[in-house]
Design a protein around this ligand. Sequence first.
Ligand code: NAD
Length: 313
Amino acid sequence: MAKITVVGAGNVGATCANVLAFNKIADEVVMLDVKEGVAEGKAIDMMQTAQTLDFETKIVGITNDYSKTADSDVVIVTSGIPRKPGMTREELIGVNANIVKSVVENCLKFSPNAIFIIISNPMDTMTYLTLKATGLPKNRVIGMGGTLDSSRFKYYLSQALNVNPSQVDGTVIGGHGDTTMIPLKRLATYNGIPVSQLLDAATLDKVVADTMVGGATLTGLLGTSAWYAPGAAGAYVAESIIRDYKRLIPCCIYLEGEYGQKDICIGVPAILGRNGVEKIVDFKLNDEEKALFEKSAEAVRKTNDILKEIKAL
Ligand SMILES: NC(=O)c1ccc[n+]([C@@H]2O[C@H](COP(=O)([O-])OP(=O)(O)OC[C@H]3O[C@@H](n4cnc5c(N)ncnc54)[C@H](O)[C@@H]3O)[C@@H](O)[C@H]2O)c1
């Protein structure tokens, strides 16, 4: 019997819980929030779709009572503030570091064996904070960012090619920031055909640029950060773990020498299964990609350094 806790029943958390239930990924989904009644209300609302949408997953909403999250297999952390138009993800660190740290520690008390998926921003640094603050092994702390950025990359590629996103493949590695993510245009394909043979260089560069500010574009339109794709991406990561699918997913993981980096959590492709991170796929980047990855890691490290300044670590 699989149980998943989603902390934060806001836009991303509630969407994620909804997808988990609708796709029958867990038998029980617990949503926890600090706002009185919100998680409870959303859980009841979702349970009232169980008959029409045909799922058996039990969804429970709670305010602050971590005992109800006990024995979760996976904990998904979405609690914290989202960015507003004009803000970077990095600007959220002051508020979100304390929230993420206390949430993770509380969850661990009741689910000592859980695998953690961190979504709260700045996600690479929140993943690093989780790993360092808890001392958990690196296979049990996974940041979700590259999954979403890759689906945005596939969307923009599909728009340029005028095809369905499901026909396109592409990966984004590096940090989950507007200037730190690296959409790997060299490796993107349309049904196995390199997109570099189908799109001219200027169009492909525009796809990359649009992908990198994909989140900011939506924040500008919505007035807050997006939630459908982020919530679904969180559920996709959780599904690979719960069902031991061993999907190869770009996500934020602690590196110990892979891609030439150490002591950092950053986006790389990894196989996710019942043990969390089962393998990091350390493939060969070309010189341009390597340079971008190094620059990205440097920027993520700078944000990680703030954790010490604000005494979160
Ligand atoms: N990694 C990604 O790809 C990605 C994508 C989108 C959003 N995000 C991030 O996810 C986070 C959530 O975004 P959102 O749009 O759902 O925001 P939101 O404001 O809609 O929801 C956040 C929820 O967290 C709750 N919360 C705050 N402190 C809490 C605590 N201590 N314990 C439990 N719950 C608490 C709030 O009450 C709120 O309901 C933000 O930090 C956002 O930047 C990440």
